[in-house]
Write a protein that binds this ligand. Structure first.
Ligand SMILES: C[S@@+](CC[C@H](N)C(=O)[O-])C[C@H]1O[C@@H](n2cnc3c(N)ncnc32)[C@H](O)[C@@H]1O
Length: 224
């Protein structure tokens, strides 16, 4: 068995924690310091792909669809969005940790097939919340996979994204009939209720780690 080797560490802006990138042969893992479970593993991305596949399938009939992915991670959700989008679509991606972007240009680049080199990508280094706060009717779909579910894990401020105020901002940032898609390791009835209270029409789907096997994760598809 090849041992894990730490190949990168990155301080999370505004937090005392860091992201730790490890490698074992061709497999990569990202953990948050202090957590035993992984934030991301390069071998397990069926549900990260599904987040984009589900969300993009609902907006593909639009003219020049424009979507926002937060965050970049290992690039799987971004790559799946690019696969689904037409040649004139646009995929914005927001990533809080600058080193994650460097890793995606370096050792992680091949994991999801070099999505950052696609001309349709608009990369924003920073908090996805800042883009949501600043946007009005800008996106056909917003896909959030920044924590392990609708509770802050990577950064304490991420709580806002799942709050009533955050959901109102997401609603405003979406074009009419737009989709807010949120990834979670598990279901969360209170979050479903908050989405409905914010005025979204909510559908819950599940997606597995790998085709036909592995854990089932939850994806909320919330339409305004
Ligand atoms: C679970 S990973 C995303 C995995 C991604 N869906 C993929 O397919 O590889 C979470 C990512 O979101 C980033 N992140 C966390 N909070 C963020 C925020 N508020 N704004 C932008 N990116 C954020 C983390 O640094 C990390 O890279």
């Amino acid at each position: 068995m090849i041992p894990w080797e730490v190949v990168g560490r990155a301080r999370i802006p505004g937090s005392a924690d860091e992201l730790v990138l490890s490698r074992r042969g061709t497999e990569f893992s990202i953990k948050i310091s202090g957590y035993v479970s992984e934030l991301m593993n390069s071998r397990v991305h069926g549900s990260e792909d599904a987040l984009a596949e589900f969300a993009c399938s609902l907006v593909l009939d639009r003219k020049r669809p424009e979507v926002l992915v937060g965050g970049l991670g290992m690039g799987f959700t971004l790559a799946a969005a690019l696969k689904a989008l037409p040649h004139d679509g646009v995929a914005h991606v927001a990533e809080l940790v600058p080193e994650v972007i460097e890793w995606n240009r370096g050792p992680l680049s091949m994991c999801a097939g070099y999505p950052l080199t696609d001309e349709r990508v608009r990369l924003h280094q920073g908090d996805v919340a800042a883009l949501l706060r600043a946007s009005t009717a800008a996106y056909d779909a917003v896909m959030l996979d920044v924590d392990n579910g609708p509770e802050a894990m990577t950064h304490p401020d991420n709580h806002w994204l799942y709050s009533a105020q955050g959901l109102q901002a997401a609603m405003r940032a979406l074009k009419p009939m737009g989709v807010l898609a949120v990834w979670s390791a598990e279901g969360d009835d209170r979050f479903t209720a908050r989405l409905r209270k914010a005025g979204f029409d909510v559908e819950l789907r599940t997606a597995r780690d790998r085709p036909g096997k592995g854990a089932r994760h939850t994806i909320w598809l919330a339409r305004n």
